[in-house]
Design a protein around this ligand. Sequence first.
Ligand SMILES: *[C@@H]1O[C@H](CO)[C@@H](O)[C@H](O)[C@H]1NC(C)=O
Length: 284
Amino acid sequence: MDSKNYHNIILLYKIILIYGLCLVFSKAELPRFAHATKSDGSLILLVVGDWGRRGTFNQTEVAIQMANVGRLVDPDFIISTGDNFYEDGLTCVDDPAFEESFSNIYMGPEQWYSVLGNHDYRGDVLAQLDPILNQKDARWICLRSFIISTDVADLFLVDTTPFVDKYFTDPEDHTYDWRGVLPREEYLSNLLKENHVDIYVNGHDHSLEHISSSDSPLQFLTSGGGSKAWRQTIRPWNPQELKFYYDGQGFMTMALTENGVLFQFHDVLGNILHQWSGSKGFET
Ligand SMILES: *[C@@H]1O[C@H](CO)[C@@H](O)[C@H](O)[C@H]1NC(C)=O
């Protein structure tokens, strides 16, 4: 496995979905949201990333399909893997991009839980985290790192942008707003914990992707197709592990039950491009 690629996939932000009941998070310092499952004990999510472009680059088309699929599967909530507002985050809490790229684009009633991406750090990073946005649109919740607890899974939403060395050592012509992150070593050591993670979900790459680890039960899922895509910069990957790669727009649905997980990748026309299911403890 090419270690550079591995780094890109694993450490470029955003969600670590932890799937299991008997999980102990040694220092319970992260904010925690309790969310009910459905009456049958299942949990259904939509996951989208890399989206806020005032509807352009098929953002609106993806949003329409999310609403269509949402009416069918009745998601419990939506997760954004980050890069919420292009190109440089929000300028302030009154930036109209909040309405133009979020409130006016996504139609479903579901709660969103969002983390930050590298582009979000290039604006006023505190604006996206400000509870005032939740007053403007109650669907919006964005924190740095937090936990969503449900009966069937604990979801760890981890802000991994500060994990990427390059953004600190070689920011090129970008300016990052690292308020609340420095000193960086302390920030990282508090986040890196030993946990039995089953599924890792990230955005950042403008694609939909599924990689199965060959030496562990981990499934790596990328949902970063919320708007601009078609970059044609496909990184090579071990074909034994690469189950699916789509260099275009779309989003992911995920259903978790006591016994297993099913996820599906959808494109802008609502087609299911790839799906995978596994039982709980799917390594054995
Ligand atoms: C929008 O989606 C269609 C269908 O996948 C694709 O052919 C088209 O190139 C996309 N447009 C943009 C701007 O990405």
